[in-house]
Design a protein around this ligand. Structure first.
Ligand SMILES: Nc1ncnc2c1ncn2[C@@H]1O[C@H](COS(=O)(=O)NC(=O)[C@@H](N)CS)[C@@H](O)[C@H]1O
Ligand SMILES: [Mg+2]
Ligand SMILES: [Zn+2]
Length: 492
């Protein structure tokens, strides 16, 4: 783990997650193991979103004139858009863009769909591939040119208040999603110069990878009425007049999988949260010449019981050394391993190995109670992995009282440094220059700093308010009164 980037690339290959030998830069192949982790991750996301959203699917190609309608938006993406110019040998009379994100694909249709206030609110999402001609150094899952797992939600509201409320609902959805994956995060409002093109403001989730660099893993944008005016999305009020709608959109990508791999992984390889593990339990028989058949038979029985209890179980009966199986399943991050040999059958026990703590324990398999024991061990693993990840995350967070201290902290330990700032763009840009890192944003949440995330989120928790008492402090760069606490970090 000393060289995280090398570790990350190696494990993607060794655990057969992604094959990055595909002959287009920034575009990679999901291999079966990786595809399963992605599938289970998306299952969790859909279960949350489907409570309040409708899943849809829009065309990938966007006519040039639609993309160009929203000037700030298209300006923000003009260097990243891939273009289609031909259909076979025929030159198209209108260039088509490969969607970099789908506002300009969806909103001309929303203009047709939204008629009356009774149609609102609308909440849609789609999980598609999007294309961005990233010019910075591409990296599998982290910075790709085909974003294969792009979940984009787009919501439509009658009032500004409801739109603000939706931003907080989206923050809550992302907190629940990342909490279930044990991924720690910092929530902040991006500075105006780093918000989504066309948005009024952007709230971002950043996590920190083992090398101390921050990774933006999700964003929520309040689009206000900008796109409504550009695409003429209006609704008839009860009184019969017409008003523009208010909108939000919020997205996450393959970076979620990168975070699961990078944050929970260790020297032995992957360490997967049970919720996304292709196999949650692997059974390894300890075979000797004598009684081999009996052991295999017994293991098959255990496998069947765990499977019928709804667990993803794999019985590894290959004729190779147990040690080799141990190495392989630990490298693939299987959360729990059961070892069963002749003596265990006699004593009606099984050895259980937890991948996250690398510890062995013995459980009785005398009665079927062992099934609940396995299930509760898996949920303990989920909890403990999340707690461990938050522990490392908190170590990467530090406060700084001066610019020098901020620069020194970043140089020495990377991570995220928070400090008081005046909020002025020129001062912020000067500060970024001085410490040569990006200003991530203004930490808005009033909640206690990064304590264990509550799965049940209180109102205060998502109540994005300016930090109280900041005005009593001075900006560490220009000395003017501080309006907020902000953060800097070396980012991906
Ligand atoms: N090149 C990329 N590779 C992987 N993930 C990316 C890439 N570019 C952006 N992302 C991820 O995608 C998320 C959403 O992208 S975005 O531009 O911020 N927002 C949107 O596109 C909005 N339409 C929200 S749906 C980002 O927060 C980031 O986590
Ligand atoms: Mg970008
Ligand atoms: Zn300042």
């Amino acid at each position: 783990m000393t060289d995280f980037s090398e570790w990350f690339h190696n494990i993607l290959e060794e655990a057969e997650i992604i094959d990055d030998r595909y002959p287009v830069k920034g575009m990679n192949v999901w291999q079966p193991q990786g595809f399963k982790i992605r599938k289970y991750t998306l299952e969790i996301l859909r279960n949350i979103l489907d409570k309040t959203h409708e899943e849809v699917l829009f065309p990938m190609l966007i006519p040039e004139d639609e993309l160009a309608k929203e000037a700030i938006h298209v300006k923000g993406f003009e260097e990243e858009v891939y273009w289609i110019t031909h259909g076979g040998l025929t030159e198209l009379n209108k260039k088509l863009a490969l969607r970099p994100t789908s506002e300009t694909a969806m909103y001309p249709m929303f203009s047709l769909w939204v008629r009356s206030h009774t149609d609102l609110p609308m909440r849609f999402y789609q999980i598609v591939n999007t294309f961005r001609y990233e010019t910075k150094h591409t990296r599998p899952l982290i910075r790709v040119r085909e974003i294969t797992t792009f979940k984009e939600a787009h919501t439509v509201h009658a009032t500004e208040e409801e739109c603000e409320e939706e931003v907080q609902n989206a923050v809550k959805i992302y907190k629940q999603f990342f909490d279930m994956l044990g991924i720690p995060y910092m929530i902040s409002k991006r500075p105006q110069w780093d918000k989504f093109p066309g948005a009024k403001y952007t709230v971002a989730f950043d996590t920190i990878l083992p090398d101390g660099k921050a990774l933006q893993i999700g964003t929520v944008h309040n689009l206000d009425q900008t796109f409504a005016k550009t695409f003429d999305i209006t609704y008839e009020t009860e009184e019969g007049d017409h008003k523009y709608v208010y909108q939000t959109c919020y997205g996450i990508s393959d970076r979620v999988i990168a975070s699961i791999i990078g944050i929970h992984g260790d020297e032995k390889g992957l360490c997967l949260p049970p919720a996304v593990a292709p196999y949650q339990v692997v059974i390894v028989p300890i075979i000797f010449k004598k009684g081999a058949e009996e052991v295999l038979e017994f293991c098959r029985n255990i496998e069947a019981k765990l499977k019928s209890a709804g667990l993803r179980v794999h019985f590894d009966d290959r004729d190779i050394r147990a040690g080799k199986k141990f190495y392989e399943h630990e490298m693939r991050g299987v959360p729990l391993r059961m070892e069963i040999g002749p003596r265990d059958i006699e004593n009606k026990n099984a050895v259980v190995f937890r991948r996250d703590k690398l510890e062995k324990d013995t459980i009785s398999i005398e009665s079927d109670d062992f099934i609940d024991e396995i299930k509760s061990t898996l949920s303990n693993i989920t909890h403990d992995m999340r707690e461990k990840a938050w522990g490392s995350f908190n170590k990467h967070l530090r406060d700084a009282e001066t610019v020098e201290e901020a620069a020194r902290e970043i140089e020495k330990n990377m991570g995220i440094v928070t400090f008081h700032w005046c909020g002025n763009e020129a001062c912020g840009k000067e500060l970024e220059e001085k410490v040569r890192v990006d200003i991530l944003g203004v930490r808005e949440s009033k909640s206690e700093t990064y304590k264990m995330p509550l799965t049940e989120i209180t109102k205060e928790e998502i109540d994005l308010l300016q930090e109280e008492g900041a005005a009593a402090r001075e900006c560490i760069n220009c000395g003017k009164p501080s309006t907020c606490r902000t953060m800097i970090a070396k980012t991906y």
